[in-house]
Design a protein around this ligand. Structure first.
Ligand code: C2E
Ligand code: MG
Ligand code: MG
Ligand code: MG
Length: 282
């Protein structure tokens, strides 16, 4: 790997910004307007197979650029959209756009898997499964190439509903991933009751690895757990060479982070997919 310093160092409106209630209402209006005008775009960040330059899959991350060029972070506007009941409209845009992108890539001869993030509220949306099925057909996307990332807190909010929705999605052939595993009150019930085939360990375990002695053991144990239940494991948030070296020693773990590659627009990620193709030809 080589560290890639790119022009993707955005200036975000801070996620810790505390809006007044008037600003909050204005933000909700802005989100509603952005949904109508489809102002959201997607950036993509690869997930790698360690020891190779092979891209295993790419994660779609939503981006909302303002007229002044700055971006509002999804960590800020997604929770606001959730509370305002607007997030399922956003998720539908993300599903539509990412499937369309995946089918374009397939036409160009690339076949990465695509991972997209769903929100806590999506699991309770009874149109979600039908919507996904319809878009899979419309864009002729292989469901085996799609991974849906859902946070563990979303799954645990209402485990019966989560189970019903996730089982339907699993039957459609999609892979379900628990994102930010270990971030909150992780409950193993989730792994035993839900059709989870990928675990993404919360990036905090990596970021605090040098300071907290047990973190590496925790990460490798989760990787071992994943393997034993037939699930993939992704370690995200890799920011430096030291972390990469240590974490590459964990068998079967997939790796992601700024040190490997930052999220970038579709056109730029295509260059990476192209390089990977050249590697195959060699
Ligand atoms: P996530 O799904 O856990 O995504 C990982 C976040 O970490 C992304 O931030 C990514 O850009 C960032 N990241 C990647 N590599 C590194 C690294 O090496 N170090 C650090 N510190 N961060 C790294 P982003 O794009 O701002 O997204 C934040 C969160 O917003 C996501 O966390 C996800 O929960 C949510 N989100 C993003 N896109 C969507 C979407 O399309 N739909 C929904 N519902 N939520 C989304
Ligand atoms: Mg994610
Ligand atoms: Mg995550
Ligand atoms: Mg990531």
């Amino acid at each position: 790997y080589e560290a890639k310093k790119s022009h993707y160092s955005f200036c975000y409106y801070s996620a810790s910004y505390q809006p007044s209630s008037k600003q909050h209402m204005q933000l909700i209006d802005k989100i509603r307007n952005a949904i109508e005008k489809k102002e959201f775009s997607l950036h993509f960040q690869p997930i790698y197979i360690p020891g190779t330059k092979e891209i295993y899959s790419v994660e779609a991350l939503i981006r909302w650029q303002q007229p002044d060029g700055r971006y509002i972070s999804p960590s800020l506007f997604i929770p606001v959209a959730e509370k305002a009941g607007l997030v399922s409209a956003i998720s539908k845009l993300v599903i539509h756009q990412s499937f369309q992108q995946l089918s374009r890539w397939q036409e160009q001869g690339f076949s990465p898997r695509l991972q997209l993030n769903l929100s806590a509220h999506d699991l309770g949306d009874n149109q979600l499964v039908e919507y996904i099925q319809a878009r899979l057909e419309r864009f002729d996307v292989d469901p085996g190439h799609v991974v849906l990332e859902i946070t563990e807190s979303a799954m645990m909010r209402d485990i019966q509903t989560a189970k019903a929705t996730m089982t339907s999605l699993y039957k459609l052939g999609l892979t379900l991933c628990v994102d930010d595993f270990g971030a909150g009150y992780t409950c193993l019930t989730m792994l035993s009751d839900l059709p989870i085939k990928q675990i993404k360990i919360d990036s905090r375990y990596v970021i605090e690895m040098s300071r907290k002695n047990n973190n590496f053991q925790i990460i490798s144990s989760v990787a071992f757990l994943a393997k034993n239940i037939g699930a993939e494991v992704v370690i995200e948030g890799i920011e430096n060479e030291g972390q990469l070296k240590r974490l590459s020693s964990i068998p079967n773990a997939l790796l992601q982070g700024h040190f490997l590659c930052e999220p970038m627009c579709a056109r730029d990620i295509e260059a990476h997919l192209q390089q990977e193709q050249l590697l195959y030809i060699d």
